[in-house]
Design a protein around this ligand. Structure first.
Ligand code: FEO
Length: 399
């Protein structure tokens, strides 16, 4: 696609990737994506904000060349070094030998490791400015962990354009490019937030405090549509999602189970009984019968989880692994975890679940509760006691 003028002297010079269906291995991209790069030519010095994925380098270069000679570019602003934005940096710098890389201090080593040659970037920090001449000034906003340690935003003061790289972006490919021209893509916008930024809510809120003060007229992310209709509405969405769940004094435990013959389910009910007797709010969920998104939302808001599974062929059952494989994008550190399950003759599932919970950064202090076939009265009492201990552990967790 040919360059698109955003405002006078600011062009989109990115590329479309409509065929993409999976991004970064884990993320669906049902509507493809775009890699947005921006060329700023209004000042005496010319700047490029972010590049594109390496496989699209030629098209990106052609877009730049159609407006300026790359040799005339003075700066390449690197807001974020993930390869979908920095993959073309090395080749572009060879084409633009007079360009200096500008990046956040945290980004320096990433840039060096991408280029693998001796390039000394201009390091900027929060509030620093870069004067391009003719009254065109860039202001940098330190925005760490959105979603890498290196991330920053670049604000073109004169035009009120905030370049945010992934922040406020979406995997959504549409050559009409502007949010007021494309179809409703709110589902892609929300999905992108949930997968990429949900683990970093604290940082999202800190960044919003900064950029709301700037009150940008246009937000130009590096994936998906450019936001020019009402950028504040998109920021408000991020604030709303990042403010959830509200602080709650009542401790919450979720007890998940997958049960072949009702024995693991019986343990789940007894764990819940024990935790409730200690004043904790408990919800019991059958993982095979509950919608994944609901379970994820509940886990995010909970203080702890207990996960039970029958053991089949020496392993936990597939619905349990399916749930656990979708938790990596949540901030789980410090939440309490425990595992349990009834088994026929080998009983590996609870231990495997406990290991996975530890890997996800749950605090797992309980020995997995394993019960052979039908729980005895003694086994059920052990489950009640486990629930009580988990409840006390939640209270000790504080907060
Ligand atoms: Fe679009 Fe974090 O890269």
């Amino acid at each position: 696609m040919r360059p698109v003028e955003i405002t006078e002297g600011v062009h989109w010079v990115g590329v479309l990737d409509p065929q993409l269906r999976v991004f970064d291995i884990i993320m669906k991209a049902d509507h493809g994506t775009t890699y947005n790069s921006y060329l700023l030519t209004e000042g005496e010095k010319i700047a490029v904000v972010d590049t594109v994925k390496a496989t699209f380098y030629e098209e990106f270069l052609e877009n730049v060349r159609s407006i300026v000679d790359p040799a005339d570019v003075s700066y390449v602003i690197v807001n974020h070094t993930e390869p979908d934005h920095s993959g073309s940096l090395d080749r572009f710098l060879r084409e633009a030998p007079n360009a200096q890389v500008v990046c956040d201090r945290q980004c320096r080593n990433f840039v060096k490791n991408i280029l693998n040659r001796d390039v000394e970037p201009i390091l900027v920090q929060d509030g620093d400015t870069l004067d391009l001449g003719k009254g065109v000034v860039l202001r940098f906003v330190h925005a760490p962990f959105l979603h890498w340690p290196d991330t920053m935003f670049t604000y073109l003061e004169k035009d009120g354009i905030l370049f945010t790289c992934d922040f406020l972006g979406a995997h959504y490919c549409d050559d009409r490019l502007f949010d007021d021209l494309v179809d409703d893509y709110s589902h892609a916008f929300e999905y992108y937030y949930m997968v990429i930024f949900r683990p970093f809510k604290k940082y999202v809120l800190e960044a919003l405090d900064k950029v709301e003060r700037l009150n940008p007229r246009i937000v130009a992310p590096s994936h998906g549509p450019v936001l020019r209709s009402n950028p504040r509405a998109y920021m408000d969405k991020y604030r709303q999602w990042s403010s959830h769940p509200a602080p709650d004094e009542e401790k919450k435990l979720l007890v998940f189970y997958a049960s072949a013959y009702g024995n693991t389910a019986a343990l789940a009910e007894k764990i819940a009984e024990g935790a409730r007797s200690e004043g904790v709010r408990v919800t019991v969920m059958d993982v095979a019968a509950t919608e994944l998104g609901l379970m994820i939302d509940r886990i995010e808001a909970a203080d702890g989880i207990a996960v039970g599974s029958a053991t089949i062929n020496g392993d936990a059952v597939e619905p349990v692994w399916y749930l656990l494989s979708h938790l990596a994008t949540l901030n789980l550190k410090g939440k309490v975890g425990a595992a349990f399950g009834s088994y026929g003759w080998s009983g590996e599932a609870p231990k495997l679940i406990a290991e996975r919970l530890r890997g996800l950064k749950f605090k797992v202090e309980e020995e997995p509760l394993r019960v052979n076939l039908v729980p005895t009265e003694g086994d059920l009492e052990k489950a009640v006691e486990m629930g009580k201990r988990l409840a006390r552990s939640l209270r000790e967790k504080g907060g």
